[in-house]
Design a binder for this molecule. Structure first.
Ligand code: MG
Length: 319
């Protein structure tokens, strides 16, 4: 069942409620202002300003309100993926059915290992097949499933993978290039590479899984040769909006996991993902076994984990 979520101003929600007055539902879901059932659709407006359109006519119904309405700004200016982000780069309601270059990155929150960015070209004719192969939001998948799906789709869709290994990452970081800027540069390059690969064919649109506000994203790319697209969209949780982004996310994760396994091999023990205490312990062990300089090869050294690992190393190995 298809669904669309719009962020709509309180005045507009009032107008919607009177528009749907003949089909209002008696029972209200928690946190909602109204719920209505026009033909083949359920419309539910929430106090947060989100309006959810569900059912066969979800897109048809949503379009009525998407165009020419005042769309409420997000409450807080935040890049948190939980926030609803509406801006001029927000994708149209029918994005999920378009031929799209989708891009996503993995590894940004992990102390160990690289950042991997993948752009995938998913044509509309391939979307059913991708779904069939199990492509979906990778947040719902475990690594072994991701690896299985990745192996299948890597020969089905054209893609471009870029890996920023730890020594490179640390060198860029030391030059004052923020992680956000690195990601923007990698996305831009992966998309350009992919466009070259599929040339002369062109995607209908580019959809980037958003990690910064659009103006910040494009600011990072000032002075760079930007990819040229028919349309460019940025939105958070884009892997749930187009299978191209979902596939990109899966392939990026696959590349990350493979690189991570190599690092474990080099370390001589299994290194952990994330940035928690297990990571500090593993880094302390690395310092003990391979010296402090080895962190450059294995980790994103500017993370707070480095200092924690040094302290742990002192406590554990230098009593
Ligand atoms: Mg992402």
């Amino acid at each position: 069942m298809s669904h669309v979520v719009l962020l709509i101003s309180p005045e507009q929600i009032k107008a919607m409620k009177s528009h749907y007055s003949s089909s209002l539902a008696a029972k209200l879901p928690p946190g909602s202002i109204f719920s209505a059932k026009p033909p083949l659709c359920t419309v539910t407006a929430y106090k947060s300003g989100k309006v959810l359109f569900q059912g066969k006519n979800a897109e048809l119904e949503a379009v009525k309100w998407q165009n020419g309405t005042t769309v409420a700004a997000p409450k807080k200016k935040t890049t948190s993926s939980a926030s609803v982000n509406v801006h001029r780069y927000s994708p149209p309601a029918n994005i999920g059915t378009m031929s799209v270059i989708g891009s996503d990155e993995v590894g940004t929150g992990d102390y160990f290992g690289p950042i991997t960015v993948v752009a995938v070209y998913a044509k509309k004719e391939q979307l059913a097949l991708l779904k069939e192969l199990g492509v979906q939001d990778s947040k719902n998948l475990k690594d072994p499933q991701i690896i299985e799906i990745a192996k299948q789709i890597k020969d089905v869709v054209p893609f471009s993978l870029l890996t920023c290994d730890n020594p490179k990452y640390n060198a860029l970081q030391a030059k004052g290039i923020s992680q956000g800027k690195m990601k923007a540069l990698l996305h831009n390059q992966a998309i350009k590479n992919l466009m070259q690969k599929i040339h002369p064919e062109q995607a209908e649109a580019v959809l980037i899984d958003q990690f910064a506000q659009p103006e910040v994203f494009f600011n990072y790319l000032k002075g760079q040769e930007l990819f040229q697209a028919n349309a460019t969209y940025l939105c958070t949780k884009a892997e749930g909006i187009h299978l191209g982004v979902a596939a990109a996310s899966i392939l990026a994760r696959y590349a990350f996991v493979k690189r991570f396994d190599l690092l474990s091999e080099k370390a001589g023990f299994k290194i952990p993902k994330g940035a928690g205490f297990a990571v500090d312990e593993a880094a302390a062990r690395l310092i003990h076994e391979k010296g402090i300089d080895s962190l450059n090869e294995f980790t994103k050294t500017h993370f707070a984990n480095t200092e924690k690992a040094k302290r742990l190393y002192q406590q554990k190995y230098h009593k």
